[in-house]
Design a protein around this ligand. Structure first.
Ligand SMILES: C[S@@+](CC[C@H](N)C(=O)[O-])C[C@H]1O[C@@H](n2cnc3c(N)ncnc32)[C@H](O)[C@@H]1O
Length: 284
């Protein structure tokens, strides 16, 4: 698989459990999904009315939500560039999202065309878009796997991950705007620990996470409730809780900060401290 130059969709047990149906057969436009809600927030066209409704309710609760999503996306690009500049050539990007400008493989392979990127997402629409984006184009080694972050064994054992990435060399584990879709009961801290345990020294953790710290408690509650109709709920965490994901690692400068403040290309705007997305990159 690793030598294949196109995106590949590789099935995990979860997908096989769908009876071998193609992912498109599982799309439910009437149920809002995190990938499409995010796409609506950042001004994309790959979303349905149900997704736009959640995005509108979220924005009504927290007017900075769309700016926060865009700032998060910009952080992703800067973090990948930073990782590549540090010599990391392998990326495990869990929670890929619907492809848009500045995807991880584009940024990493613009630095080094030999960079290898394994994308993982549990949403069939992400796979469908990823395939469409890449079909017939010449790209570096990139795979896309349908798997669930909460099943870390399945993620690490998936052929698109295991065959593409060399786990004896540094890997940038990217968990960008995904962990807030994992509830405390689902053990988000244990999930991150198990994934990090598979990586060698010199690897990086690239992480962003929604927080209610920067809005009123009422706004934070309304923001969480806006996801009630969606396929996955959102669980905003405090900055202190988000910092726990980095326990035992060395945070790169400037530490755990709101998205616009992480190594900005341009001076952060006046709303930089109101955007409720904390971001950080740490070294193992
Ligand atoms: C808000 S988007 C973030 C996309 C991209 N990482 C970014 O920051 O621009 C979250 C993505 O995580 C995916 N996702 C949510 N929960 C997941 C889970 N348990 N396992 C795998 N993917 C998940 C969603 O399908 C969606 O594509």
């Amino acid at each position: 698989m690793a030598e294949d130059s196109d995106w590949m969709a590789t099935a995990t047990g979860a997908e096989a459990a769908g009876g071998g149906r193609p992912p498109s057969a599982e799309l439910h436009p009437e149920i809002a999904h995190p990938a499409r809600i995010y796409n609506a927030l950042i001004g994309g066209k790959d979303n349905f009315a149900a997704d736009r409704l959640v995005a509108a309710q979220l924005t009504a609760a927290v007017p900075e939500a769309a700016a926060g999503a865009l700032a998060n996306r910009a952080f992703l690009g800067r973090a990948v560039r930073t990782a590549a500049a540090l010599g990391v050539r392998q990326f495990l990007d869990i929670g890929t999202g619907i492809p848009t400008a500045g995807n991880t493989h584009e940024v990493a392979q613009s630095v080094d065309p030999s960079a290898r990127i394994a994308y993982v997402d549990n949403d069939p629409i992400v796979l469908a878009h990823a395939r469409a984006l890449m079909s017939g184009c010449g790209h570096g080694a990139t795979s896309v796997t349908r798997a669930d972050l909460r099943d870390t064994e399945a993620v690490l054992a998936a052929p698109g991950v295991r065959d593409l990435l060399d786990f004896s060399e540094p890997v940038a584990l990217m968990l960008v705007a995904i962990l807030h879709f994992v509830s405390d009961d689902e053990d988000p801290f244990g999930i991150v620990k198990r994934l990090l345990a598979a990586l060698p020294t010199g690897s990086l953790l690239v992480l962003s996470h929604g927080s209610g710290d920067l809005v009123t408690p009422e706004q934070a509650e309304l923001a969480e409730r806006s996801y009630d109709p969606a396929a996955a709920g959102i669980h905003l965490r405090t900055r202190d809780d988000i910092a726990r994901f980095f326990d035992g690692l060395t945070l790169l400068e400037p530490g755990l900060v709101t998205a616009p403040r992480w190594r900005p290309d341009t001076a952060p705007g006046p709303d930089a401290d109101r955007l409720g997305i904390y971001t950080g990159v740490a070294r193992l």
